[in-house]
Design a protein around this ligand. Sequence first.
Ligand code: MG
Length: 248
Amino acid sequence: MIPAKSAYELKAMREAGVLLARIVDKIRGKIKTGISTEEIDKIAEELILREGALPAFKGYRGFPASVCASLNEEVVHGIPSGRCLKDGDLLKLDIGISLNGFFSDYAFTFAIGNISGRARRLIEATKKALELGIREAKVNNRLFDISWAIQSYVESQGFSVVRDFVGHGIGRDMHEPPEVPNFGQPHSGPLLREGMVLAIEPMVNAGSWQVRISENGWTALAKDGLESAHFEHTVAITAAGPEILTKV
Ligand code: MG
């Protein structure tokens, strides 16, 4: 059963989404060559707490930080460290917060300095795939219409969607039903109804979709060592169409 949110709940989720988008905008300006991912995590955590929200990832199943910071071939769940950003890096930041008991979840990929042509195309393809997926998040569509929109576009660009990690429902919990895979058959899956809120998050690899987990037990890496990109929005399904909540 996929929970549908009441008008009250949607209002609260909108607030959590707008706040997260504002926080990310503030972080954006700090991301440059020479800063460590640990410093970015510290900045994010301070901003989140200052706004009266809570970092949703910190302590989640023992995750040690407020943001996931994944570099280059790291796909998701990178643990912030003293490693400094350098020219040519691809940084994926994934941030979740809770505000007044409601969660929002947002991820984006940054190009640090001059990145390769392939990395640039990968970022553009992933961003576009998210946009196309969101467009399918509408009443009376099926869940895997979203998945198919993402997968078919990504594959048409010569890249592959990660299978081991998926998007999810979101609300009073960070992870609610349903799972939102980035691959699937069109016109299948549960019917989408007004009031559902989904975190849609294509993770796209430049090479093969296969991943492995690092020795730290958290970080997923592309098995072939090629770069990966990730974008995510928290999206409400409304009578008027998809509404991106993680937007200023
Ligand atoms: Mg998520």
